[in-house]
Design a protein around this ligand. Structure first.
Ligand SMILES: *[C@@H]1O[C@H](CO)[C@@H](O)[C@H](O)[C@H]1NC(C)=O
Ligand SMILES: *[C@@H]1O[C@H](CO)[C@@H](O)[C@H](O)[C@H]1NC(C)=O
Ligand SMILES: *[C@@H]1O[C@H](CO)[C@@H](O)[C@H](O)[C@H]1NC(C)=O
Length: 332
């Protein structure tokens, strides 16, 4: 029995090695052609040594294939030392569902229009590169997207309202660029559940449209922009998903006194705005991990209870007009 068992396992190992080898050899010729053009476009001799024309592309670095169709589904070119623009041939991988470039500081130039040919693309993530120019209008044509991340680049200009056509999105990150102009009202058309929106560290200005504030986000980070006006519509007891809100370092101006916070809220950073009124008692009912209302124009007594005195020190409340009571000095 022991001999048979050993023989069987040896046979299995040999068989699976051959199978693996065969599968990695299999590769759709059209995809292989596009990948070799991408490699050639980068024109860096030592890049992707595994992308050898003598082998099948499904075993190559930075990609995965569907094991049945042998089409390339995902392309992840991360930490890859890529230099120059994104090759337009990425649009010639028609079965692509994920396209990701992460931490390629020498990647420059615009977002190529050829990505609109990718009719199955679900994830587009280009982050920590030196990509520049505007976010193109045509991004709104890739309606299959459920996640769009263009954070940590050098993108400039206004956010195109065509992003509102990406109704399957559940996450949108455009933070850490140099984007200007308003947040498009069309963002209110994005209908995904558990939505998260990161637009921080840009130069966005104007009022936040009501259509945008009314949505129920899970995470919302608009910090470090030049946004103005009333943001109170973001809150309300009906916002069942809202967990994290960072609106710090803007020019927002509204009365906090009557705002109702949903029970789900755990993180609220409003520092450095022009918020007036007093802190609502409802804050004591939340399980807050962070609260910061410093550098506003708030007044009145800090409500006592919940996490408000125990978890946060005076720096969460200081630099307001006349806010008082623990952990700030007593009210007069
Ligand atoms: C980027 O390019 C510069 C200049 O050509 C080079 O010195 C540097 O090593 C490159 N950095 C990376 C991460 O590729
Ligand atoms: C890319 O960005 C880094 C960090 O911001 C910068 O030091 C570098 O010079 C840039 N490289 C190119 C090729 O623009
Ligand atoms: C609140 O924000 C201010 C301004 O950025 C900062 O100085 C302070 O340390 C923060 N405090 C807390 C408790 O987060």
């Amino acid at each position: 029995m022991a001999i048979n068992y050993n023989f069987l396992s040896l046979a299995l190992i040999i068989f699976s090695t051959i199978l693996h080898h065969c599968l990695s050899e299999l590769c759709h010729p059209e995809d292989k052609k596009a990948l070799l053009q991408i490699k050639k476009f980068f024109n860096t001799p030592n890049i992707f040594p595994s992308w050898d024309p003598k082998t099948g592309c499904c075993g190559w670095y930075g990609l995965t294939c569907d094991y049945k169709t042998h089409r390339v589904n995902d392309l992840f070119l991360n930490y890859a030392d890529l230099a120059g623009p994104i090759p337009p041939q990425v649009g010639d991988l028609p079965y692509l569902e994920t396209l990701m470039f992460h931490k390629n500081p020498n990647l420059t130039g615009p977002i190529p229009q050829s990505i609109t040919k990718l009719k199955r693309l679900r994830i587009l993530s280009i982050t920590w590169t030196n990509l520049s120019g505007p976010i193109p209008d045509f991004i709104g044509e890739i309606t299959t997207l459920d996640f769009l991340d263009l954070s940590f680049n050098k993108l400039t200009g206004p956010i195109p309202s065509s992003i509102g056509r990406l109704t399957k999105l559940t996450g949108l990150r455009l933070d850490r660029n140099q984007l200007t102009g308003p947040i498009p009202a069309s963002f209110g058309d994005l209908t995904g559940d558990n939505f998260y929106l990161y637009l921080s560290h840009n130069q966005l200005s104007g009022k936040i449209p009501a259509s945008v504030l009314k949505k129920d986000y899970t995470y919302m980070d608009l910090s470090r922009n030049k946004l103005e006006g009333d943001a109170s519509l973001l809150f309300g007891s009906d916002k069942k998903n809202l967990e994290i809100v960072d609106l710090s370092r803007n020019l927002l101006e509204f009365d906090l006194s009557k705002v109702e916070f949903p029970k789900s809220l755990t993180y609220l950073d409003l520092n450095h705005n022009k918020i007036i009124g007093s802190l609502p008692v409802g804050l004591t009912e939340l399980r807050l991990q962070l609260l910061n209302v410093s550098y506003n124009q708030l007044c009145g007594k800090i409500p006592v209870g919940g996490e408000l005195q125990t978890r946060f020190d005076y720096s969460a409340y200081f630099h307001n007009r006349c806010l008082c009571g623990a952990p700030l000095p007593n009210c007069k």
